[in-house]
Design a protein around this ligand. Structure first.
Ligand code: GLC
Length: 397
């Protein structure tokens, strides 16, 4: 299946005008009077989706997931279903169409984020679900009418913007209505759908930190943002360390998942400088991994280390990949269980071959010195040259 990639998540909408949070309307308890002024001056003159796409590509990303409508209900495309959309701003252009065209031109896959909570639609209030804080008319809640509206909007989104790779529903409505994803699949037969919609969908969506575990059994796409406080643009954002981002991506992707790394563009349509720095650094590392994180399988051999070091082993095209997602503790990796004596080992961080040693090592125990069976070691690994990186060894046995 066409899955297991790095993607760029983009949270952009009129909420960027708050310079605070994509949910600022609720979280900063803004008045509707103030928020409703935003569309009147939304005019992102520097919005250049081709730049976004080219940059994402440079960072090794294979798809972009864009917020078509976040909880505030404002639509970033030319929808016929509500006036609360980007055509009714001074910008007057379909931002999604522009992005879709840029993606198509540069061979980037396009995914769509769509929020179930909608603080603008009069029938959207859903007492079963979370994130309903700013619903304008809780007393007019009408799930049947709202779902009809969603279906009409989704039909626009899945009809007018070319091939859509994945659909990211946000905030589970806590109710089942299989007809909604069925409609999506009818309109886009190859689409992959997440688990935050009206049924289980195709893939899980752990958010922010993902603990290490077994290889994911269900298709999984983790998401994380370069900023710690918000997904949309925040002026006083705190930025994740580059080491944390790389380690998190390596771990999740070695477990077989995809990874959406988010950026919240500013109101003018440009990425914040610090976000660019983070993405660039991640991309530089990711590209050196040479595709090892994508479309691999779980290793079919057992390995045991002489010294424990968190590691996930995968395989692809006859090679094994040792993902030390927290980095290495020394400049050697010693194996006491392995399929055969390795022929070649490359340290992907540097792209260079490392030495292989095969010998019986003396091992100190409390009682005495004992000899252990021949140990296979990858040696002289220049780990100190990459202090902020997870480390990956590519080995041919
Ligand atoms: C959470 C947040 C939402 C954000 C999403 C991204 O659901 O509430 O604002 O868009 O995470 O996964």
């Amino acid at each position: 299946m066409d899955y297991n990639k790095l993607g760029m998540f983009i949270h952009w909408g009129i909420f960027a005008m708050t310079e605070h949070h994509e949910q600022a309307l609720a979280r900063a308890d803004m008045s509707f009077d103030v928020y409703d002024e935003f569309p009147k001056s939304f005019n992102p003159k520097k919005y250049n989706p081709e730049k976004w796409v080219k940059f994402a590509k440079k960072c090794g990303m294979k798809y972009i997931c864009f917020t078509t409508k976040h909880h505030d209900g404002f639509c970033m495309w030319d929808t016929k279903e509500t006036d609360y959309n980007i055509m009714n701003t001074p910008f007057k252009k379909d931002a999604l169409k522009m992005l879709a065209d840029a993606c198509k031109k540069h061979g980037m896959k396009l995914s769509l984020y769509y929020s179930n909570p909608d603080w603008h639609h009069e029938n959207a209030y859903n007492e079963k679900a979370s994130h309903q804080w700013k619903s304008r008319y809780p007393e007019r809640a009408d799930s049947v009418k709202y779902r009809e509206f969603i279906k009409r909007q989704i039909t626009e989104l899945l009809t007018n913007y070319g091939e859509i790779y994945t659909l990211f529903w946000d905030i589970s409505p806590e109710m089942i209505d299989k007809s909604i994803n069925q409609l999506c699949r009818k309109l886009q037969p190859n689409i992959l759908i997440n688990n935050r919609g009206y049924d289980d969908g195709d893939f899980d969506t752990p958010e922010r930190d993902v603990p290490e575990g077994e290889r994911f059994r269900k298709m999984t796409e983790a998401c994380e943002s370069v900023g710690e406080q918000a997904w949309g643009y925040r002026k006083n954002e705190d930025y994740m360390s580059i080491r944390y981002l790389k380690c998190s991506i390596d771990k999740v992707m070695a477990m077989g998942g995809s990874y959406l790394l988010n950026v919240g563009p500013k109101v003018d349509g440009t990425f914040p400088k610090q976000a660019i720095n983070s993405l660039r650094a991640v991309g530089d590392w990711y590209n050196r991994m040479n595709g090892a994180l994508e479309e691999h399988e779980k290793s079919d051999f057992e390995f045991e280390f002489l010294f424990k070091n968190p590691c996930i082993v995968t395989q692809k095209n006859g090679k094994k990949y040792f993902h030390f997602y927290n980095g290495l503790r020394s400049n050697a990796v010693n194996l006491i269980k392995y399929p055969s004596v390795p022929k070649k080992a490359v340290f992907l961080n540097s792209g260079k071959e490392v030495g292989i040693r095969y010998e019986t090592l003396p091992m100190h125990t409390n009682e005495d010195f004992i000899a252990v069976d021949p140990v296979v070691s990858f040696i002289d690994i220049p780990c100190n040259d990459y202090p902020d990186e997870p480390m990956v060894l590519e080995v041919e046995f």
